[in-house]
Design a protein around this ligand. Structure first.
Ligand code: SAM
Ligand code: SF4
Ligand code: F3S
Length: 523
C-alpha cells in the first residue's frame, strides 16, 4: 500500500471515531432530554392528581360525623355533675374563613354544654384559632400562649388548645411541643371536624394531643354553628387553595381546593334567609374557581344564580375573587341579579407586571384594569376593594410606585394594605430581598396617602344622598350611636332608634371622613 493510501486510511478511521463519539454524545443528549421530559410528565400527572382529589376521599362520611356527636355527648355527661355549665373562651385571628371555622368550633362546644366567655381566666377550655399569613399574626399568638401560663397555673384543670392555620405548620407544632408544655391540644384546619374526639382524648387520657397530619383536606357537612348575631352570616362554599402565590402560606396549611356541593350551599343560605339573616357572605380563597373539582358543572356564576332565586329581602356578598379566574360571565350575573350586592373584592397585589409574575399571580396589570372597566360598565355603582402587598422580595421603588399609580388609576373604594412578610416554606421566602424595612415603609406610606385621599373624596361625594343601609348594631360614637352598612359595605354611623337593628333603612348622609359616613334616618 502506498504511503498516501495508508494516510487516507488512518484519516478515515479517525473520522469514523469522531463520528462514533458524536453519535454517542447525541444519543446521551437525547436520552437525557427524554428523561427530563418523562420526569416532567410524571410531575404534571402527580400535580393534576393532587389537584383533582377523589370526591369520596374528600367528603367525611355521615357515620364519622355521627361519631363526633357521640363524643360531644360524652363530654357533656362528664360536666353534668357540676353545678355551673363549663365555659369556653374562643379567640379567633385571621380571615373570615377562620372566623367561620371558629363559629363551628363554638357550635361543637355549645352542643357539649359550654357557655362562652371573653375572659381566659374564667374558662375551662381556651381556644386560640390562629392565622399564619404574616409573621406579626404569629408573634401575637405566641405572646397570648405565653400569657396563658398564668391562667393555667391558677386553674391546672384548664384545657388550652391551639388550632387554625398556624397549628398546621410543622415548625409551629414542634415549637409548641417543646416550649409550651401547658398547651394540651393542637389541631390544624384539616382536623377541625373531629374536635370533639380530640378534646375527649385530652380529658380521657390526660395527655397532650397533636393532630396536625399533612392531608389534602376534607369537607364535613352538618357541623353545628354558633353565629354571633341574627343579621350577618359567613358561609364557606369551598376550602383550600391551588394557586400557590409565591408569598403565601395558605395553600400549605389549608390544602387543595374542595368545593361544597351546590345543594348544600343553597340549602344553608335558604335556611339563613328563612331565619331572618340579611347579609350573607360566601367565602373561599378564590370563589371564582368554585366547582372546578365538582362533576356537577355548576360554576360560581351558576351557584350565584341558584342562590339569587331564593325569595326574601337579603344581600349576598362573596370573597375573595382571584382576577385570573374572574370572568365577564360573573359580572353579567351580578348585574342581572336581585340579591347580589354591587360590591367586589378583587385583590390585585401589585401594579407591576414583573412583580406580578414573580408573585405567580398569572394576570397582568392590563388584564386587571380590563376586568374592572368591564365590571364598572355593567354596574356603574359597583364598590371595589382590593388587597395590596408592598415590598415583595426584589421589588424596586419604581415598581412599588407602579402599584401606587394603579391605585390612583382605578380609584378603589377601600384597600387592605400589607408590607410583605416572609413565610418560611414559601418560594418568595428564599428570594433575595435587598430593600430595607425603612424604604418599604416609605413606599407603603405613599400608597396609604394615595388611598386615603381618594377614600375621603369618595365619601364626601355621598353627602346629601339618601342610601339604603342594613343596620347591623350599635356604634361607639355617642352622637351617632347606631352602625349600618351600605350595599357596597361602607360603614355608616347614624342617629336612630335601637329597634332598627337588623332592618334595612334609608339613611340621609350628612357628613363623612376617610373611614365612615355619618347620617340620620326619619324612620
Ligand atoms: N385568596 C385571596 C386572594 O388571593 O385574593 C387572599 C387571601 S390572603 C389570606 C389575604 C391577603 O393577605 C392577600 O391578598 C395578600 O394581600 C396578603 N398576604 C398573603 N401573604 C402575605 C405575605 N406573606 N405578606 C404580606 N401579605 C400577605
Ligand atoms: Fe394565597 Fe394566592 Fe391562594 Fe390567595 S390565591 S390564598 S394569595 S395562594
Ligand atoms: Fe385565613 Fe390566615 Fe389561614 S388569612 S386562611 S387564617 S393563614
Amino acid at each position: 500500500m502506498s504511503r498516501k493510501a495508508s494516510l487516507q486510511g488512518r484519516q478515515h478511521v479517525k473520522s469514523f471515531e469522531k463520528l462514533g463519539i458524536t453519535a454517542a454524545f447525541c444519543l446521551v443528549l437525547v436520552l437525557l432530554l427524554w428523561y427530563d421530559i418523562l420526569v416532567k410528565i410524571a410531575l404534571i400527572i402527580t400535580l393534576l392528581e393532587e389537584q383533582n382529589l377523589d370526591r369520596n376521599d374528600v367528603l367525611i362520611s355521615g357515620e364519622a360525623l355521627e361519631r363526633q356527636r357521640e363524643f360531644e355527648k360524652k363530654i357533656q355527661a362528664m360536666f353534668a355533675t357540676r353545678e355551673a355549665h363549663p365555659a369556653a373562651c374562643v379567640d379567633t385571628f385571621g380571615c373570615q374563613q377562620n372566623v367561620a371555622d371558629g363559629q363551628q368550633i363554638m357550635g361543637m362546644l355549645e352542643t357539649m354544654g359550654f357557655t362562652f366567655t371573653d375572659k381566659p381566666e374564667d374558662a375551662d377550655v381556651v381556644i386560640l384559632n390562629t392565622c399564619a399569613v404574616r409573621e406579626h399574626a404569629e408573634d401575637r399568638v405566641f405572646g397570648n400562649l405565653g400569657a396563658l401560663t398564668h391562667t393555667k397555673k391558677a386553674n391546672p384543670e384548664q384545657v388550652i388548645c391551639l388550632c387554625g392555620c398556624m397549628a398546621q405548620e410543622e415548625r409551629v407544632s414542634e415549637r409548641v411541643k417543646k416550649s409550651y408544655p401547658h398547651v394540651n391540644l393542637v389541631f390544624g384546619p384539616h382536623a377541625l371536624w373531629k374536635f370533639p374526639e380530640l378534646l375527649w382524648q385530652v380529658y380521657e387520657k390526660r395527655k397532650r394531643v397533636f393532630s396536625v397530619s399533612d392531608e389534602h383536606g376534607s369537607i364535613a357537612e352538618g357541623i353545628p354553628i354558633v353565629r354571633e348575631d341574627g343579621i350577618k352570616a359567613w358561609v364557606s362554599i369551598m376550602y383550600g387553595c391551588n394557586n400557590f402565590c409565591s408569598y403565601c402560606i395558605v395553600p400549605y396549611v389549608r390544602g387543595r381546593e374542595r368545593s361544597r356541593d351546590p345543594e348544600c350551599v343553597v340549602q344553608e343560605v335558604r335556611s339563613l334567609v328563612e331565619a331572618g339573616y340579611k347579609d350573607i357572605t360566601l367565602l373561599g380563597q378564590n370563589v371564582n374557581s368554585y366547582g372546578n373539582d365538582l362533576p356537577t358543572g355548576v360554576d360560581f356564576s351558576e351557584l350565584l344564580k341558584k342562590i339569587d332565586a331564593i325569595p326574601g329581602d337579603y344581600l349576598i356578598r362573596f370573597m375573595s375573587s382571584h382576577p385570573k379566574d374572574a370572568t365577564h360571565k360573573l359580572f353579567d350575573t351580578m348585574a342581572s341579579s336581585t340579591h347580589v350586592a354591587r360590591q367586589l373584592h378583587l385583590p390585585f397585589q401589585s401594579g407591576n407586571d414583573r412583580v406580578l409574575k414573580e408573585m405567580n399571580r398569572r394576570y397582568t396589570r392590563a388584564q386587571y384594569t380590563e376586568l374592572v372597566t368591564y365590571a364598572r360598565s355593567k354596574m356603574p355603582e359597583l364598590v371595589i376593594t382590593s388587597d395590596v402587598i408592598i415590598g415583595f422580595p426584589g421589588e424596586t421603588e419604581s415598581e412599588a410606585m407602579d402599584t401606587v399609580s394603579l391605585v390612583k388609576e382605578i380609584g378603589f373604594d377601600a384597600l387592605f394594605t400589607f408590607i410583605y412578610s416572609p413565610r418560611p416554606g414559601t418560594k418568595a421566602a428564599a428570594m433575595p430581598d435587598p430593600a430595607s424595612r425603612e424604604e418599604k415603609q416609605t413606599w407603603f406610606d405613599a400608597l396609604l396617602d394615595a388611598q386615603n385621599e381618594h377614600s375621603a373624596a369618595v365619601h364626601k361625594g355621598y353627602i346629601g344622598k339618601t342610601l339604603r343601609c342594613l343596620v347591623d348594631g350599635k356604634s361607639d360614637d355617642e352622637v351617632f350611636p347606631l352602625s349600618a352598612r351600605t350595599e357596597g359595605n361602607r360603614l355608616v354611623r347614624f342617629k336612630g332608634d335601637e329597634s332598627l337593628i337588623g332592618q334595612f333603612v334609608n339613611i340621609k348622609i350628612t357628613d363623612s371622613n376617610t373611614w365612615a359616613l355619618y347620617g340620620e334616618t326619619d324612620a
